[in-house]
Design a binder for this molecule. Structure first.
Ligand SMILES: *Cc1c(COP(=O)(O)O)cnc(C)c1O
Length: 322
């Protein structure tokens, strides 16, 4: 970060950002990429550019864009969310086909589908490439577009061996995060055809995300992109080991099994998750709660093999009431 060569990125003059955008676009097999401050902004720009006010966006009922970006779809783009059920992030293709439609009578047009891979709140599940291709075909037949929320597309690719570009080819726009598992402090990208990304640059400014000498943030993102992707399989192996250890504890059930990537959801029957979280925090183990008895564990760059054992030891002590 200290050595990053910088320029004014609002004028497209930051050399480090340019390299990051080019390498990201080329890895994903798309024409262009745009560095954005957050994954949420990347998703929201994609929606803004691929819908018109009054339309609908079809997306998973537990997806990030529906559940974790406030009402951004409504507030920033004037669209209505059409949440659909998913299983491990997978849609019912027939239902998607029936949902994507032109406006008619009393019904709004639904011209954009958002797909999330890996699916965060369904246990970091990897979506099969064939499923993404089926969705894309259904969307094309309806004159609709597909946005891929790929905050953890790197994890999907590392786990499945499917090339990033193959996943990206099943969508018109893709958002990827350099933060999260890749370990960069800040930043994401929106990727797509050149014309779309040129317009995205304006929308980023509209949303307040045009940053000046932002090469200081692009430099660690570039390092993450170049050096951290192969390492992700270690996070996945540790998450699996953690899940095995958790499942062996009394009253603990792994949700959204099997664990495929770096996220583990575990239900602690008869325990208050918020209380467990506080007691674990006292032992320097940080977890999230996602329900009265359910916790979410994520493995990443800063979690090593010893840490998995330590988390399990701490949990055993906490569950014993120590
Ligand atoms: C974290 C996340 C985002 C948003 O990223 P931020 O940088 O926190 O805004 C989007 N989609 C998914 C699936 C995520 O997990």
């Amino acid at each position: 970060m200290a050595e990053a060569e910088v320029g004014d990125d609002v004028y497209g003059e930051d050399p480090t950002v340019r390299v990051l955008e080019q390498e990201t676009a080329s890895l994903l097999g798309k024409e262009a990429a745009l560095f954005v401050p957050s994954g949420s902004m990347g998703n929201q720009i994609a929606v803004h550019l691929q819908t018109s006010p009054g339309q609908e966006v079809a997306l998973g009922g537990e997806s990030h864009s529906f559940d974790w970006e406030l009402s951004g779809l409504a507030v920033l783009s004037g669209v209505q969310a059409r949440p659909l059920p998913t299983q491990r992030g997978r849609f019912d293709v027939e239902q998607v086909r029936a949902t994507l439609r032109n406006a008619g009578g009393f019904r709004p047009a639904c011209k954009l589908l958002i797909v999330e891979n890996t699916h965060n709140f369904q246990g970091g599940a990897v979506l099969p490439l064939e499923h993404l291709q089926q969705l894309r075909t259904a969307a094309l037949a309806r004159g609709a577009r597909v946005h891929l929320d790929g905050a953890r597309l790197w994890n999907a690719s590392a786990a499945s061996g499917v090339a990033l570009a193959a996943y990206a080819a099943s969508a018109d726009s893709v958002m990827v995060c350099y933060s999260k598992g890749l370990g960069a402090p800040v930043g994401s990208a929106l990727v797509g055809e050149a014309a779309l990304i040129a317009r995205a640059r304006e929308t980023r400014k509209l949303f307040g995300g045009g940053m000046r000498q932002v090469g200081v943030l692009a430099a660690p993102a570039l390092l993450a992109l170049r050096t951290q992707r192969e390492r992700l399989v270690e996070d996945h192996a540790r998450a699996k080991r953690l899940a095995q250890g958790l499942a062996a504890l009394p009253g603990v059930e792994i949700l959204h099994a099997p664990v495929e990537t770096n996220i583990v959801f575990a239900r602690f029957r008869g325990n208050d998750a918020a209380e467990l979280k506080a007691r674990l925090a006292a032992q320097h183990v940080l977890v999230g709660t996602v329900g009265p008895e359910t916790m979410r564990f994520v493995t990443h760059l800063d979690v090593g093999d010893d840490d998995v054992a330590r988390v399990l030891d701490s949990l055993r002590a906490v569950l014993r009431g120590a």
